[in-house]
Design a protein around this ligand. Structure first.
Ligand SMILES: *Cc1c(COP(=O)(O)O)cnc(C)c1O
Length: 434
């Protein structure tokens, strides 16, 4: 299968090429030339096996095709269980059982496995540059740790990620370096972008990115939706509807693609925090990127969702059809707090601030009858609450147990190098990496 740019102004490439490049040369995002025919998926299959079956047509003819099953076995070696909530018909799909306790572990591990297996003419290591406000960098660093031929430079805004997040970024060592930048996330992102766009620098140090537009992260994320929906359908005969906490639309886009492959998914509703670009657009406004607002669900603090261009491509630019296909609702910080507090008091359920946005949206859908009583719904639980203990613990009035994989990371000593928000300094670190 070939992949083309959403902007139609770049040559078609193979999947390996699209994964290695990240962005298309015309500035667009890579998308499959056509959606493959629906696959027959077996409900009893493991998550890894479901992933392999679902992804096979995308890898057809590619250099990575013979490696796909092995990449899936490694990336999907922890579970994504669908658990019932106290409210009848409602569920959570727990996507936080990986090494850094967030759903991004699945995509990051798949991307790392793919890049590690790609044949490269260059004998020098490939350096992944990531700017992060927390979760992405942690997932990428853990996924690429000790992968042969690859190394990672993470840039994060000093003092603006949680202490636990900072620890996860700095504790790996080996082929992973963390720079704590004296600036904001936007400074980190600008530095990373400048490095990735610098042809002269890349002649010295081959660079690549690992952000949420990468097909190597997006495509595998279809697997857990497919696995959950097929299992649920086999048990109940009913489709599973989803509310998905959304920032850059990477996770939700994967669910939308999976539904496009005839996975028995019903409606897909996009929950955002106070960053309202998507609720405003789906409510009928023009698509208008906005400055980012800082919220308690900080991994969703996005003013211009990077995968929106893929969503428009899927609907051939037809805004009316797109608005008819999905709804989106925003949840502010006060409601995030109320949801975390109330669900714990009433039902003993604990959610991270991101997951809480979707829980609140599902509560609204149930209360208004938009989610009918016979329908089954699930919320994508994107991170473990213990990752955001400084928000969650005061609201529920007790300490949270840290999941074992995350606890193992937190036991390692951590070190991050200070860095000025200057491209010259980043460049220097890259060129002089011993
Ligand atoms: C990244 C992230 C999100 C948002 O996912 P997108 O793919 O950017 O929409 C939601 N919750 C958590 C915990 C995240 O880390």
């Amino acid at each position: 299968m070939n992949f083309v740019s959403t902007r139609n102004n770049a040559p078609a490439v193979s999947l390996s090429q699209a994964i290695a490049a990240g962005l298309a040369p015309d500035g667009g995002l890579y998308v499959p030339e056509a959606l493959p025919a629906p696959r027959t998926l077996a409900p009893a299959d493991s998550l890894a096996r479901t992933a392999t079956t679902l992804l096979t047509p995308f890898f057809a003819g590619d250099a990575l095709e013979p490696e796909l099953a092995a990449i899936c076995e490694q990336a999907f070696d922890f579970p994504a269980p669908l658990q019932p909530l106290a409210t009848p018909g409602d569920h959570v799909l727990e996507l936080f059982h990986g090494p850094t306790a967030a759903f991004k572990d699945f995509g990051a591990r798949f991307l790392a496995g793919s890049l590690a297996r790609l044949p490269r003419a260059d004998a020098r290591p490939l350096t992944i540059v990531v700017a992060t406000s927390g979760d992405t960098g942690a997932a990428v660093a853990a996924a690429f740790h000790r992968q042969p031929g690859l190394r990672v430079l993470v840039l994060y805004p000093d003092g603006r990620v949680s202490p636990r997040q900072a620890h996860q970024l700095g504790c790996l060592g080996d082929n992973i370096r963390a720079l704590r930048v004296a600036g904001a996330f936007d400074d980190c992102q600008a530095m990373a972008k400048q490095a990735l766009g610098d042809v002269e620098l890349q002649a010295h140090v081959p660079l690549s990115s690992a952000n949420s537009i990468s097909l190597g992260r997006l495509l595998p994320q279809m697997s857990y939706y497919a696995h959950a929906a097929i299992g649920h359908h086999a048990r109940t005969g009913r489709k599973l509807n989803f509310v998905i906490p959304t920032g850059n639309l990477g996770n939700a886009m994967a669910a939308i693609l999976a539904r496009g492959l005839s996975v028995p998914l019903g409606r897909i509703v996009l929950a955002t925090n106070a960053n309202r670009v998507l609720p405003d657009y789906f409510g009928g406004d023009e698509y208008r990127p906005q400055p980012t607002v800082a919220t308690l669900a900080n991994a969703m603090d996005v003013g211009a969702p990077s995968n929106f261009e893929r969503l428009r491509w899927l609907y051939r630019g037809d805004d009316a059809a797109l608005r008819a296909a999905f709804t989106s609702q925003g949840v502010d910080d006060g409601e995030i707090r109320d949801t975390i507090r109330e669900r714990y008091q009433r039902h003993g359920e604990v959610f991270c601030p991101h997951t809480a946005t979707a829980v609140r949206v599902l509560e609204r859908l149930r209360a208004s009858g938009q989610a009918a009583s016979g329908e089954d719904w699930a919320v994508a639980a994107t991170a473990h609450p213990a990752k955001f203990e400084s928000v969650v613990e005061p609201l529920i009035g007790r300490e949270l147990e840290v999941p074992p994989a995350l606890a193992a990371l937190l036991r390692r000593p951590a070190h991050a190098e200070p860095c000025q928000p200057s491209f010259a300094e980043l460049r220097d670190r890259l060129v002089n990496w011993a």
